[in-house]
Design a protein around this ligand. Structure first.
Ligand code: ADP
Ligand code: MG
Length: 445
């Protein structure tokens, strides 16, 4: 799952071949990979205690480990052993901090863990990046920027990072806040003339996690303050983790110097989960609630996963409703029961506009085929329809340009931007176009 653990697994298999079980189990198995630095060609391993470390350093295990590392990684690699207490200085030396008020940010839901996060194609990269940061903050991906639509697991993932770091590296100060909390706190600190305390608390953490950064849009003073917070933390090599509904380049009303800072980030997107992932998420949720996954409940889960596609929170709400209804009414769950109990929730979701519905509405109005809009065909009415559909995906749903490109057969992000701008500009001068768009919007309602 995690590259460094995978590599270590390969190394350890080679070592095992050369060693008897007993010493292997007592000396090698307890080692944990901390980092693999390609530049230094150095593998850092954590020994659980001093005795193990000294034993390894003083014996031929030493060569055995080195040889296996070289077999896997290359001839010049070496390794060093560290103790659990050595790992802490990976955190930059803290400035003598004044009496920092013990504000720890917004509460972190303890259920938001990696274990409870179901991975699929739609979120794999974001989950892998988050896990890498949780295992090795500061130098893996810093800053890390996760973006995607509502209810797709951004908050879950970044809280999983927080929970993981808090458990594995309790000596680090981790702060999780929403951008909204930051703004409110900034405003009240200005009012109370307590800016020094405000700065102390945000600028002395080791890991700052800010959720829904798009909330800063248009709030210039807060952006200014956040800019300085960001710089100070970044210069001090502290870990920064951000989420947003759009990629850094598409945030509106964010000052360019702040936007360019976000652009330094490792960015990872989360997309709506595929059917199998939706089923797996609901299964996990039912399991976590201590439920038996009976065939009837499985039918209910499948029914929800088939009908709610674009928001995991809505899926979870539907499952909760289904389960509590069945408990109260003492009726067994099955597909028909799910259909009955969830009628209005599913209706609402059906009515919600999706990219597919936009494509269908445009295709119908302009008499083209959806699959042609998704192709590379360049005939003028297809290009025209494609552009209108892209524009509507952007306008109505705020989907990132990159993602819109993917939805239309892998078009370039800059092609999408040009298309949207063209349509927007033509609408102003071309009444026929604006009427067509109005009609399509009507149809979508
Ligand atoms: P966002 O912050 O992107 O709006 P959240 O992180 O609040 O979304 O997720 C909404 C709900 O869906 C949460 O209860 C979360 O636990 C759940 N969820 C989302 N994605 C997953 C996933 N891949 N596996 C398990 N639960 C998920
Ligand atoms: Mg969220």
């Amino acid at each position: 799952m995690d590259a460094i653990f995978e590599t270590w697994d390969r190394i350890i298999l080679l070592i095992k071949e050369e060693m008897k079980d007993a010493p292997f189990n007592s000396f090698i198995k307890p080692l944990e990979p901390v980092s693999i630095e390609d530049k230094k060609k150095l593998v850092t391993l954590k020994a659980p205690n001093k005795i193990t470390k000294e034993r390894i350093e003083g014996r031929w295990y030493n060569n055995q480990i080195r040889d296996s590392i070289r077999d896997v990684l290359g001839p010049d690699y070496d390794f060093k052993l560290v103790l659990p207490e050595d790992i802490k200085p990976a955190k930059p030396a803290r400035k003598a901090s004044p009496a920092v008020s013990k504000f720890t940010g917004n509460p972190i839901n303890p259920k938001y863990t990696f274990k409870n996060f179901v991975q699929g194609k739609s979120n794999h990269f974001a989950a892998a990046s988050a896990l890498a940061v949780a295992r090795g903050p500061f130098d893996t991906f810093n800053p890390l920027f996760i973006y995607g639509g509502v209810g797709l697991g951004k908050t879950h993932l970044i809280c999983a990072i927080a929970n993981e770091i808090i458990t594995r590296m309790p000596e680090l100060d981790v702060m999780y806040i929403t951008a909204e909390t930051f703004v409110n706190d900034y405003i009240s600190s200005m009012r109370d003339k307590s800016m020094t305390e405000f700065r102390d608390k945000y600028r002395h953490v080791d890991v700052l996690i800010v959720d829904d950064i798009q909330f800063l849009a248009g709030k210039d003073a807060s952006q200014e303050e956040f800019f300085h917070t960001f710089d100070e933390l970044h210069n001090g090599e502290r870990q920064i983790i951000l989420t947003s509904d759009k990629p850094p380049g598409e945030l509106q009303n964010i000052q360019s110097r702040l936007a360019s800072r976000f652009g330094w980030s490792m960015t990872a997107d989360i997309n709506p989960p595929e059917l199998e992932t939706r089923i797996a998420i609901l299964n996990k949720k039912a399991e976590n609630e201590g439920l038996d996954i009976t065939p009837g409940l499985m039918e209910g889960i499948e029914y929800i996963a088939e009908h709610i596609e674009s928001n995991v929170r809505d899926m979870e709400g539907a499952l909760t409703r289904l389960i509590s209804h069945s408990k109260l009414a003492n009726e067994p769950i099955n597909r028909e029961y799910a259909q009955r109990v969830l009628k209005d929730i599913i209706q609402d979701n059906r009515l919600r506009v999706t990219p597919d519905k936009i494509k269908e509405a445009v295709a119908e109005r302009l008499e083209v085929e959806v699959k042609d809009m998704e192709s590379n065909k360049r005939s003028s009415n297809i290009v025209y329809s494609r552009r209108i559909a892209m524009y509507l995906c952007r306008e109505k749903l705020g989907i990132p340009y990159q993602r819109i490109g993917e939805l239309f057969g892998g078009k370039d992000h800059s092609t999408v931007i040009t298309s949207c701008r063209d349509i927007e500009a033509s609408m102003k001068v071309n009444n026929q176009l604006s009427t067509i768009i109005k009609e399509i919007e009507e149809q979508l309602r």
